[in-house]
Ligand binder design. Structure first.
Ligand code: ATP
Ligand code: MG
Length: 101
């Protein structure tokens, strides 16, 4: 069987902001391996920040909406973990470092 311990799998991830009719993200499927570096590229408004906020848990904990799908890390769906537990695996470095510390 394939070793999924060093993979981060985004499986069928969709998201709709609470105050929106349309989904902002639809059925994303991405497989990331330990040690890889990825660039997320897209037009303004295409959903980059939305995606990153879902990974970190800012969505839907602080910004409300409906998340569907799974984020599988070390064979566990971390969407089901609370935000404190998830923060041990996922962190964000913001654009303006001076305001982050
Ligand atoms: N809190 C919110 N409530 C409702 N809609 C939102 C909210 N935040 C963002 N959106 C909408 O979701 C879509 C994706 O926005 P997002 O900010 O994720 O795009 P982005 O790719 O990060 O853009 P940029 O390159 O300008 O940073 C846009 O249509 C935006 O208007
Ligand atoms: Mg953005």
């Amino acid at each position: 069987m394939e070793n999924k311990d060093n993979k981060f799998l985004i499986d069928d991830l969709s998201f709709r902001y609470e105050n929106s009719v349309e989904k902002t993200l639809k059925n994303l499927k991405i497989s990331l391996k330990k040690g890889e570096v990825h660039l997320l590229l897209g037009d303004s408004g295409s959903g980059k920040s939305t995606f990153i906020n879902i990974l970190s848990g800012i969505i839907p904990n602080d910004i409300l909406g409906e998340v569907e799908g799974e984020l599988i890390y070390k064979n566990v769906d971390i969407l089901k973990n609370d935000i404190q537990k998830r923060a041990k695996d996922i962190g964000i470095v913001f654009q303006n470092l001076d305001s982050s510390f």
